[in-house]
Design a protein around this ligand. Structure first.
Ligand code: ADP
Length: 705
């Protein structure tokens, strides 16, 4: 059913009822029964001055108009009736809102043409068409009404249908309508909302996509950031490490100053124990320009060097310190991976000690070179590492011929065993001094040399080699030989008359012993003692000359050492009354040795103990037998020997010269001869002493089966 059909049905359904009302009261026209439906509009219609309109007074209205008015007023649907050519309007209560507050109630009794002037263009032609018999009906028909003080888009479901009078003439128009503005607006709003929603949705989707993209980007950026942060952390750590390393390097290089400058000459770092000595106080220099923290002159003096290093140059300069120190300053450009200089590293080192050492070694080198002695250094493998001109002159080999060669080239084959013995002593850190031996020259001559060999140590005290000074003692040896020959000859010549003298005095002693002249009897005894002393001395000299010329004779035989000691003590006691000699024996000890020479060693030690200790003191002789040797000691309570004299008392002709000893006669040969005799027996001899607290002389001899 169309809208129009629907409206027609409504009219048709309501018409009989309206017609009935109208007809039922037709007799009481004054009561205007067609207005009985009541309501505001019925009242207004009733009160309206219709006479002033083309409709004329109510009572004169044609029945058709009345019927339709009654229908209109009784309808709950909004209805408007436009009658006559002026379209004079009547409408019901339900129609009032359509007219709004501007058009209601003005519209009542006035022309629709006026009331709806603003939309007449639209509805005017339709009205005219209805007046010609047409009907119209539209749903949600849009008109722009001005009914509440402003133009308003209004929508209506409506029907325009012609109204005829009793004669069937078309006299007016019935408008039945229902405002759908709210609905249309709601639909519009909904659709615009929907559109908006769609747009928003689309926007949202786009935004979402963008968001996803941004999110992805963010994740990527985040990852990158994380990586950067990691890198940053790693580089910070490495910077911190480098800084720590740098500082520890700077602090651990003694007498150094390390500076790093930036491209603008500002100090990035400055470290080292030379800071104050090089004119830098303890200020915080980091990030400061040299002009901010130090005197301008210092900066001016270094400025061109800073420029030079920052220009990529590596170089070093030497500087003299205020108090004469020598500094070397190294300039090193620091470059990045693109080979661009980003900083300058300046390392200043105090080389005063090195300079002094260089000067010292230059002086030493000059001394070594000019020395008449051969000064040679060698390794522990006996390989020669240096060879001075003295060595060249002495041995005839040039430096080039000897560097890298073995020292054995200089040692006569029969003395090859000397070298290992010397090395063994040196390895213990000892020096070997004045070791008299022979060496071979390039032209095959045998040279008499005195060697002094000492270990060469590095600054840490490790032995890294040996230095050897060889002195040509051929001349000295010849002199000694001549002297020895002379001593030997003199001693020999003296010995014969002395022996005769001794024999004569002994005979005289025997004869004079019973003499009444007590002086003569005693004098002979004293003369015998002096002759014995003199014989001892001459024997000593003879022995020396024999020893020196290698002619000393050792006649070994088995005998009891304890017996010999007792004998020697008894003999000494004959001539010594000033000291007490005590013997601590060890029982019979058989040894294989030269008895006479052992006797002279013992006599020498006992007579020294007597000579170098005051009268009345005790002399203790003792004998001790060990596993493989026997050890004899002679202890006195005398003046003792100072530590620096002690190692020399066994040297030939060595005598300690003090105020105490100057009145004690001697030649310094007794201990020398004793030591030589003991060594010829494969034994050892040594002394222990404290100045002022006595001395003990020891010797030991190997025990043989
Ligand atoms: P000398 O004939 O001078 O005694 P020696 O060779 O016997 O010669 O002794 C060398 C030096 O050793 C002596 O001059 C002396 O200074 C010192 N000397 C030796 N024995 C003793 C001792 N028992 N007490 C102190 N000094 C001693």
């Amino acid at each position: 059913m169309t809208y129009k059909q629907f409206m027609t049905v409504i009219v048709k359904l309501t018409f009989p009822f309206v017609y009935f009302c109208f007809m039922a009261n037709s007799d009481a026209a004054d009561d205007l029964p067609f207005l009985q439906a009541g309501g505001e509009m019925a009242e207004l219609i009733r009160g309206f001055n219709w006479a002033g309109t083309s409709l004329g007074p109510l009572s004169l209205w044609p029945p058709a108009l009345k019927i339709i008015t009654a229908l209109l007023l009784s309808s709950r649907f909004p209805m408007l009736l436009c009658w006559g050519p002026d379209y004079i309007q009547l409408y019901n209560d339900a129609f009032r809102p359509v007219n709004g507050r501007d058009k209601h109630p003005k519209a009542l009794g006035s022309s629709a043409r006026e009331t709806y002037a603003e939309i007449w263009e639209t509805i005017g032609p339709m009205f005219e068409a209805v007046m010609r018999g047409e009907s119209f009906g539209f749903p949600d028909f849009n008109v722009r009404l001005e009914r509440n003080g402003y133009p308003e888009d209004c929508y209506f479901d409506f029907s325009y249908s012609p109204l005829t009078d009793e004669q069937g003439m078309i006299r007016g128009i019935l408008v039945i309508c229902k405002e759908t503005t709210e609905k249309v607006r709601a639909i519009d709003e909904q659709s615009s909302l929907a559109e908006e929603m769609t747009a928003m949705n689309e926007e949202l989707a786009a935004a979402n996509e963008e968001y996803t993209a941004i999110n992805e980007e963010l994740i990527a950026t985040n990852e990158e950031l994380h990586q950067h942060q990691e890198q940053l952390r790693a580089s910070l750590e490495s910077v911190a490490r480098s800084e720590r390393l740098f500082k520890s390097i700077a602090l651990n290089i003694p007498r150094s100053l390390i500076i790093v400058i930036g491209p603008d000459h500002r100090f990035l770092t400055i470290e080292g124990d030379l800071m104050t000595r090089m004119g830098y106080d303890s200020r915080d220099y980091q990030g400061k320009h040299p002009l901010e923290v130090g005197p301008a002159e210092r900066y001016e003096a270094s400025r061109h060097l800073y420029d030079q290093v920052l220009a990529g140059e590596t170089f070093s300069v030497e500087r003299k310190g205020a108090t004469g120190e020598d500094f070397i300053v190294h300039f090193v450009p620091l470059k990045n991976e693109r080979d661009e200089v980003y900083a300058g590293l300046i390392i200043a080192l105090d080389i005063t000690a090195i300079r002094q050492a260089e000067e010292k070694s230059a002086r030493l080198a000059a001394i070594v070179e000019s020395s008449a002695d051969a000064i040679i250094s060698k390794t522990f493998d006996s390989v020669i590492t240096s060879w001075n001109q003295g060595a060249e002159r002495m041995f005839g080999y040039t430096e080039a011929e000897m560097i890298g060669e073995t020292i054995y080239k200089l040692i006569p084959p029969e003395r090859h065993d000397e070298e290992p013995r010397i090395l063994a002593r040196l390895k213990d850190g000892h020096r070997v001094e004045h070791f008299d031996t022979q060496r071979l020259t390039k032209d095959g001559r045998l040279l008499e040399v005195s060697l002094s060999i000492s270990p060469v140590k590095d600054p840490q005290g490790r032995i890294i080699g040996l230095s050897k000074i060889a002195r040509d003692i051929t001349e000295r040896k010849l002199d000694e030989q001549r002297k020895n020959d002379f001593i030997g000859m003199v001693s020999h010549e003296l010995k014969t008359p002395l022996t005769s003298l001794g024999a004569i005095i002994q005979v005289a002693d025997a004869k004079l012993r019973q003499s009444e002249d007590t002086f003569l009897a005693g004098a002979m005894q004293k003369a015998i003692i002096q002759i014995k002393r003199m014989t001892g001395m001459i024997n000593g000299f003879l022995n020396i000359s024999r020893l020196e010329s290698g002619k000393i004779q050792i006649d070994k035989a088995h005998f009891d050492l304890q017996e010999l000691i007792e004998e020697m003590i008894a003999e000494s006691e004959l001539t010594i009354s000033s000291h007490t000699i005590r013997f601590q024996g060890c029982g019979a000890v058989r040894i294989l040795a030269d008895r006479d020479k052992m006797a002279s060693v013992l006599t020498n030690l006992i007579s020294n103990a007597v000579k170098y200790s005051p009268k009345g003191k005790l002399i203790e002789v003792s004998c001790e037998v060990n596993d493989r040797s026997v050890q004899i000691s002679v202890r006195d309570q005398g003046m003792g020997i100072k530590p620096n004299d002690l190692p020399h008392v066994f040297d030939r002709y060595y005598r300690v010269s003090t105020t105490h000893t100057q009145h004690i006669s001697g030649f310094g040969i007794g201990l020398y001869l004793s030591a030589e005799i003991i060594r010829h027996h494969g034994g050892d001899i040594w002394a222990e002493s404290q100045s002022g607290a006595g001395s003990t002389f020891y010797f030991s001899l190997p025990l043989v089966e």
